[in-house]
Design a protein around this ligand. Structure first.
Ligand SMILES: NC(=O)c1ccc[n+]([C@@H]2O[C@H](COP(=O)([O-])OP(=O)(O)OC[C@H]3O[C@@H](n4cnc5c(N)ncnc54)[C@H](O)[C@@H]3O)[C@@H](O)[C@H]2O)c1
Length: 379
């Protein structure tokens, strides 16, 4: 299938975002062939970074990373392969590492608990330990999840100081990964001894359910709807009352890049944990999500499944992003309506006209962030 690429590649103005910090920087992304990794790889390449990706596989077909055809280095490797990871970091000497490689699906974690726990916990440990041994990495951003918090079904948002937890293997793995990163921060990369004993700052980042074009992972609501609609099938909706803080993939990525910017500048007060959630009203029940999606692609058909045998997934999850707002000056750009519109139209265009809207979505997002005078877009 021939894919047309839209947007304005090579826009030089783009390199000035985030105080132009990423221009010429070497950036390692683990999990670059995945949904979030592919968008981040594109964005960083536009920011003028030399991007190196490290992933075990191409996790889907079609695959967004392959479709984007980004000019970057791509290493095939397992985060559980300590030696290869170490060699990759030693060879490429990244200034900053964004660690996102993971088994990210809750339901799959019930079927494959060992792989999930090993990949997400030991994989994170291997990334941190490789950086400790190689030295020279200035900043590490560990991507965990809103599910790292001990879920108390509270109606207000979780704060960075709330305890880690996790009932299912995926959530537990993310809580553990966050704790390990925190322990490395305290023990080896303590902000108080930054510049004297070491030169590395670590941040952990927690975001919720991310949507946007180019996600073809199994067992996720939006990809499931889009794949079924493309095939003219009805999609089955489980857990219609579960609310999630839906946000466009560009929202947390703008936060990760924002944090990375501050860490690369050596601002040790930002070496901490951060929530990057949507505005409050974006926490919407699954049953309402499908209606919104249908309003942008009328071919969507669905049935609600009432099956008590479904494995447990947390029902109420919200993040409190006050800290990111007040200390970083980071804010979400798109509201839920825009997020569902952009996401649905992306898939509709892809399936019906073979058009790839990723670069256009990125350009639109940055323009709207500039209009809103969000710090990373205006400095
Ligand atoms: N997508 C979401 O809604 C969401 C929400 C919160 C947190 N996260 C986190 O963001 C990160 C990226 O998620 P995603 O949605 O892009 O996932 P994805 O499944 O699309 O991509 C996962 C990536 O990790 C790589 N990977 C998996 N196991 C690996 C291993 N053993 N060694 C090396 N690479 C491996 C895959 O090749 C792929 O590149 C994950 O850490 C996930 O837990 C995602």
């Amino acid at each position: 299938m021939e894919i047309k690429v839209f947007g304005k590649p090579g826009n030089d103005q783009m390199k000035n975002l985030y105080g132009a910090i990423y221009k010429g920087k070497k950036v390692l992304i683990t999990g670059h062939t995945g949904f979030k990794g592919s968008w981040l790889s594109l964005w960083l390449s536009k920011l003028g970074a030399e991007v190196i990706g490290y992933s075990i596989n191409i996790p889907s077909s079609p695959n967004h990373f392959e479709l984007l055809d980004i000019k970057m280095k791509s290493v095939s490797g397992d985060v559980l392969d300590k030696q290869k990871l170490l060699e990759t970091i030693a060879t490429h000497k990244p200034d900053i590492v964004f660690h996102m490689a993971a088994q990210p699906i809750v339901r799959l974690s019930y079927q494959e608990p060992v792989r999930t726990l090993e990949t997400n916990i030991i994989g994170t440990l291997n990334v941190l330990e490789s950086c400790r041994q190689i030295k020279g990495v200035k900043a590490i951003v560990i991507i965990t999840s809103d599910k790292c918090y001990r879920n108390q079904e509270i109606m207000w948002g979780y704060r960075e100081t709330d305890p880690m937890g996790g009932d299912d293997p995926y959530s537990a793995s993310k809580g553990c990964a966050d704790l390990i990163a925190s322990s490395y921060r305290q023990s080896f990369f303590n902000p108080n001894s930054y510049g004297t004993k070491h030169k590395t700052l670590i941040g952990t980042v927690r975001a919720g359910n991310v949507i946007g074009g180019g996600d073809w992972a199994k067992d996720r609501l939006i990809p499931d709807i889009m794949k079924a609609t493309n095939l003219g099938k009805e999609v089955t909706i489980r857990n219609p009352y579960a609310t999630r803080p839906w946000q466009h993939v560009l929202e947390p990525l703008s936060g990760y890049l924002h944090l990375g910017w501050k860490l690369l500048e050596g601002k040790k007060e930002f070496s901490d944990s951060w929530n990057f959630g949507p505005n409050d009203n974006s926490s919407i029940a699954v049953g309402k999500v499908i209606e919104k999606v249908k309003s942008y692609w009328k071919n969507v058909r669905y049935e609600i499944q009432k099956d008590a045998a479904n494995p447990h997934e947390a029902n109420l999850l919200k993040l409190d992003s006050t800290k990111a707002h007040t200390k970083l000056g980071w804010y979400a750009v798109w509201n839920s309506e825009k997020t569902f519109e952009k996401t649905t139209i992306w898939y509709k265009k892809y399936y019906t006209s073979k058009k790839l809207l990723t670069r256009k979505d990125l350009t639109d997002y940055i323009r709207e962030a500039k209009n809103l005078k969000i710090e990373w877009a205006t400095t």
